[in-house]
Each structure stands twice: as structure tokens, then as C-alpha cells.
Design a protein. Sequence first.
Length: 364
Amino acid sequence: WRTSDNMHHQWLLLAACFWVIFMFMVASKFITLTFKDPDGYGAKQEPLILTAVTKVEEVHVPEEKHWPEEFQPTGKAFSGNLIRQPLVHMERLELLRNVCRDTALRDLSHTAVSKFVLDRIFVCDKHKILFCQTPKVGNTQWKKVLIVLNGAFSSIEEIPENIVHDHEKNGLPRLSSFSDSEIKKRLNLYFKFFIVRDPFERLISAFKDKFVHNPRFEPWYRHEIAPGIIRKYRKNRTETKGLQFEDFVRYLGDPNHRWLDVQFGDHIIHWVTYVELCAPCEITYSVIGHHETLEDDAPYILKAAGIDHLVSYPTIPPGITVYNRTKVERYFSGISKRDIRRLYARFEGDFKLFGYREPDFLLN
């Protein structure tokens, strides 16, 4: 009987040991997952609170916790204690802030928040949203979204195309129309976003739209701006064709391009840098969307701004946002390496700030 009792105790002791070992393994796994080695993400970057947040998809923040203003979500979708933000968007903001700190790129990444910048930012006071316009990346659709939110029309389908860009009739005020104190308040408190795309592909889009297809209601691009560029930058003076992409690239890459920009006025918004348009190193934006991932970014922006239950982004035609490498290489195939390098030198800030690769044809 005693032998049986001893064996029983031994089995109980053995089971207890296994239970302790099992709990220790679970605890170790929990500790490993919770305090994962930071070298796996941004180890060489300057330490940011943002880096710690990106370790997990959901972070429960106690109510008494106060995050720095630049990392505070402002949209209704982020109300409460739960922060939900896809890693890719947090990485974009962190990359932006790190490049903004790079002194070697300061001249290419910083600009004054001038009236030119404030004219690019559209306001939706009702839902506390600021949208910076970066032409040739689907901005017309975002303006339609804001027009509906501002109450000028009840749905996107009802907005006439000729009204979208008529700022006297579309009910879409610019930030520059407010007083200095009102501007500062909105910049500090509102949800702010803009959209970017590969800088060179955007320039091709601008060239095709304004100088090849040339809408009838914008004749000045073909009849005033194009001749001005040709007179200054065309090498073959006997050539009688309209503006060629080579002329356009030579103008944009010229370090002294500004004397023509002044003559062209606000029409240059279709090809100036994102830095010049939106001052991303001076204004703390909430989200930066990419044209190449707009199918995912558009719903995210609507949700982040707390308006996804009020309006939807218009349907995106299949394939329209995909980066067309072949098209870019074809357009630049006849351009000299010197002119391409000068063009890249001007737009390098846009490439670096938003994570776009230097074109392969520059490396060959």
C-alpha cells in the first residue's frame, strides 16, 4: 500500500514539475513577444516614440497617458484608448521626419509656409480636415469628397465637372483665406493629409495632360507656357514641333528655372515639388497617401478622418494607380544623362521624403 502511495506522490510531483516548466515557457514567450529586440525595425534611426508603437498592431493607452501632439491621431475613428494604424502609414511618417532632420537635404526638404502653400490647402471646417492639393495624383476626386462634406452637394455624382475647380462656386475654402490665428489653429488641430506618387511619373502625367492632350479650357499651357519653355530650352531652333518632353525636362532641371516660374504663376503647381506645394517638414501631416496604393489608402484616410460613414472615395479604375516603369523609361530614353541628373537633383527631396527609389536608368 505504501509503495502505491509513494508512486502516487511521485506522479503528482512529476506532473507539478511539468506544469511549472510549461508556465515558464509561456511566460518566456510572452516576454519575448512583448519586449522584442528593437533592431528588427529602425535600429539605426533616431529613437522615436513612434518606433515603439509600431511593434504591435493595437496599443491600449491609459487615459492619463499623453502622447506628443505630432503623434496624436485627430480623426474620430481613433477616439478612445485604442490606437489602430497600419504599420505602413506609421513608417511613412517616421521616414518623413527622419529625412526632414537630414541637414544634407535641408534645401530640398524645407520651405516656408507661404501664401503659395496655404493656397494649396483646402479646408473642411465641419469635419476639421485639411487637404493639401498635389496635382496629377487624383486630387480632383479628393476635392469632390470635401465638397460633399462641406455641404455644397449631397453626393459626388451630383457635382458638375466644371464646378470642381471653380473655387468661387464649389464651397471649398483655401487655408489662405483665414486670419493668421485661424490658420494656426487649424494647422494645430485639424486632420491633415495629402497624396504623392513617383515624382518622375507625375511629371510625365503633367506633361501629357497640359501640353499633349491640353484641355480646351486651359489654352495657356500650349499657347503661352510651351512657347516660353521652347524659346529658352530648345537646342534645335529650326524644330517647329510643339513642346517636347526633352524641352520640359531641361526647363525643370535648370537651377535658374524660377525666372520662368514667376512668369507662369500658379500654373506651375502641376510640376513643382511636393515640398514646395505642401511644406511637409514644416506642417505635421496626419497621413500621407501614395497614388500607387490608393485602393488601400483612400479607405484608410476616410476612416482616420472619421468620415468613412459619410462619404466614399469614387471607384478607382483597375490598374490606373499602378506604377508604369516601362512608360517612365520610354519617356526618359531620349533624354541626356546630364539633363536627367539635373532633374533628379531638383526632385531628390521628394524621392527621399516619401520613399521612392532613384530611377534605375540614372544608375546605368
